[in-house]
Design a protein. Structure first.
Length: 304
């Protein structure tokens, strides 16, 4: 019974409001000018570190990777003390700030956000002339109830999607990738992130690992079913049909990363669908900010 209450929309909203009040009380100790959150624009002297409970769990169960080895995971500057945006939220926000304004100027652009992060979702929803949809399999605070391996949207029905830290929860991640490719319009793109260890190429997955303890040890969380390797992750996306761009510090700039509290090893994976006719033209190329600026093109090409 408590589980149903906890998942109810009134309780979710109450819990969210309570956390906002708690953050507001503690915010003054973080205010400054050294950093800035790209989502809520607050100036900060520091971001908040990852929750102590997470570090206790990884130590308790002997997580096989060190936190510093993980890609796009700044444990010392994990969340914004005002809006609670994680470092990966902030990375996606910076990218979208560069492409959405000109893409949505004439309207007709649909962005689907799977398992939306509240801070990033609030920011995106304020984008003028953007059709914004939220979707999740279990949550009651989204517009669409969606199973990522069997998406109930028509073919080629979305221009942009966000799928951040979802594939590691899904046993058949390849099917989910194919479904995302199916619903993406030709020329459309998606933002994709998963847990990755720097320098690891092969994904570690083992269906016999089912206990919370062993999943914490090998996958970094009790509800994860794998830990991705970069090469294998990109190969799975490519096998689903996507063109994959890997945008890191060479694309965004070292000062942009530092200012937003994003770790230097962070990478944003952009997956694209070819235009009809076989060209690799993307809707991103119609934005004023190109996918890869000319002064970063060589560096970006080396990461593909």
């Amino acid at each position: 019974m408590f589980a149903s209450i906890r998942n109810s929309l009134p309780y979710v909203r109450f819990k969210s409001a309570k956390k906002r009040i708690q953050r507001a009380i503690k915010l003054p100790r973080y205010l400054g000018s050294e950093y800035q959150c790209p989502i809520c624009q607050v100036g900060l002297r520091a971001f908040k570190p990852i929750w102590r409970s997470y570090k206790r769990k990884t130590e308790q169960f002997g997580y096989v990777h060190r936190h510093a080895e993980l890609e796009t995971f700044n444990t010392e500057a994990f969340s914004c003390p005002k809006c609670d945006a994680s470092d990966r939220d902030r990375l996606m926000a910076i990218f979208l700030d560069g492409v959405l304004p000109s893409m949505t100027r004439s309207g007709g652009v649909r962005l689907t956000d799977f398992a939306p992060s509240d801070p990033l979702s609030r920011k995106i929803s304020r984008t003028p002339s953007l059709e914004y949809r939220t979707a999740d399999l279990y949550r009651n605070d989204v517009q669409d109830r969606i199973d990522l391996t069997d998406i109930s949207y028509p073919d080629e029905s979305t221009d942009i999607f966000i799928c951040s830290h979802m594939f590691e929860h899904i046993p058949d991640d390849r099917k989910a990738m194919r479904e995302l490719y199916r619903i993406l319009k030709p020329g459309g793109f998606g933002l994709v992130l998963v847990p990755l260890a720097v320098g690891v190429d092969e994904t570690h997955e083992d269906p016999t690992i089912v206990s919370d303890e062993l999943r914490w040890k090998y996958f970094g969380m009790g509800d994860h079913v794998r830990h991705y390797g970069r090469r294998d992750f990109v190969e799975r996306l490519t096998a689903a049909g996507f063109i994959v761009d890997q945008l890191g510090i060479e694309y965004f700039g070292a000062e942009t990363f530092r200012r937003a509290g994003i770790a230097a090893n962070s990478v944003l994976y952009i997956v694209r669908k070819e235009e009809v006719g076989g060209g690799a033209t993307s809707s991103l190329q119609h934005a004023e900010a190109p996918l890869v600026p000319s002064d970063a093109a060589d560096a970006a090409a080396r990461t593909r």
